[in-house]
Ligand binder design. Structure first.
Ligand SMILES: Nc1ncnc2c1ncn2[C@@H]1O[C@H](COP(=O)(O)OP(=O)(O)OP(=O)(O)O)[C@@H](O)[C@H]1O
Ligand SMILES: [Mg+2]
Length: 299
């Protein structure tokens, strides 16, 4: 909400503002434009953890790619700190499901890649870069594995390397597209907790990073998020935005909170029919859950 007492500077601007964003792609065979994302509007505040869920193909990655500056909206606008996003930048770190590590480089070199070759390290001396690399390797629990190569690591360790690399570049916005999707269930739960620690769940909100996290896992979304954005498909739209009012810091016992279970059920009810259609199943009516709080994005 705009604060009428503040000066018209960027101070009152949300960290990210997506206004009526749409994205059309040209279908390769027909040459016809298809609307992948339609009228996506959302303000994300500094330090918020936003999770995005929705059926496969509803445009989640497309939205994230536009925030990352890897793609541009067909119509509408995306701003960060009140400024339009015009391309990729080290201020927005991106992490994908498939690690995207360089197999020929050690853990240390993967983590330090952006610092050595990109803008984030330009103002640092070689010693400062080294110190930073060690710090983030430590933070994700990989001390002792600095000289290993990706093929010598488990999936969970690889994703920790990707996380350390993301953080080493010093972004204030973390963009994560199913980063834990390829991991086994136990590793996933552990990394969810670690991610919340690293994001800053014990720090005051203004010191936290701003996170946008895509997942297919509804429980993961509710466990991590301050708000969950539920998208519907064809075209991809914001269907609902749900506040997750679980106290922070979240712990394993957060999952036993009745609010947790209610939110999981509500979100599942919102996407159930579309998810069934996507896999060719029949539609089963009569959600067992009361109407979920469908809202227009308000923050
Ligand atoms: N570069 C592209 N060219 C043409 N169509 C595209 C392109 N990228 C995405 N699309 C289409 O846009 C729609 C949204 O795709 P997107 O990858 O954003 O979905 P998603 O929600 O991330 O799906 P998933 O959950 O399977 O990852 C899909 O219909 C997809 O085929
Ligand atoms: Mg995707």
């Amino acid at each position: 909400m705009d604060n009428i007492l503040s000066s018209p500077s960027t101070a009152a601007a949300p960290k990210l503002r997506l206004q009526s964003v749409s994205k059309s792609f040209i279908a390769p065979h027909t040459g016809q434009p298809t609307l992948a994302v339609d009228d996506f509007t959302l303000d994300i505040q500094t330090g918020e953890f936003i999770c995005v869920v929705g059926p496969s193909g509803c445009g989640k990655s497309t939205v994230m790619n536009m925030i990352a500056g890897l793609d541009t909206p067909t119509t509408g606008s995306i701003q960060k700190d009140g400024q339009p996003i015009t391309g990729p930048g080290a201020d927005r770190g991106v992490m994908f499901q498939d690690y995207a590590l360089m197999p020929w480089q050690s853990v240390r070199d993967n983590v330090g890649f952006g610092l050595r070759h990109g803008t984030p390290g330009l103002h640092l001396s070689a010693a400062q870069r080294e110190e930073r690399i060690v710090h983030f390797i430590d933070l994700v629990g990989l001390r002792g594995s600095e000289r290993k190569y990706p093929h010598q690591l488990s999936g969970g360790m690889r994703q920790r390397v990707a996380l350390a690399r993301l953080l080493a570049n010093g972004p204030d916005v973390l963009l994560m597209d199913e980063p834990l999707g390829a991991l086994d269930a136990q590793t996933r739960l552990i990394l969810q907790m670690e991610l919340l620690q690293i994001w800053g769940q014990t720090a005051p909100r203004e010191q936290r990073k701003t996170a946008v996290f895509i997942t297919h896992d509804i429980e993961e979304a509710v466990f991590l998020a301050d708000r969950v954005v539920v998208m519907s498909s064809h075209p991809g739209r914001v269907r609902a935005v749900l506040d997750i009012d679980l106290p922070r810091p979240r712990t394993e016992s957060s999952r036993a909170d009745p609010h947790f279970g209610r939110r999981v059920e509500e979100i599942w009810a919102l996407i159930r029919d579309e998810a069934r259609r996507a896999i060719g199943g029949s539609q089963v009516g009569g959600s067992q859950v009361g109407a979920a709080t469908e809202k227009t994005p308000s923050h």
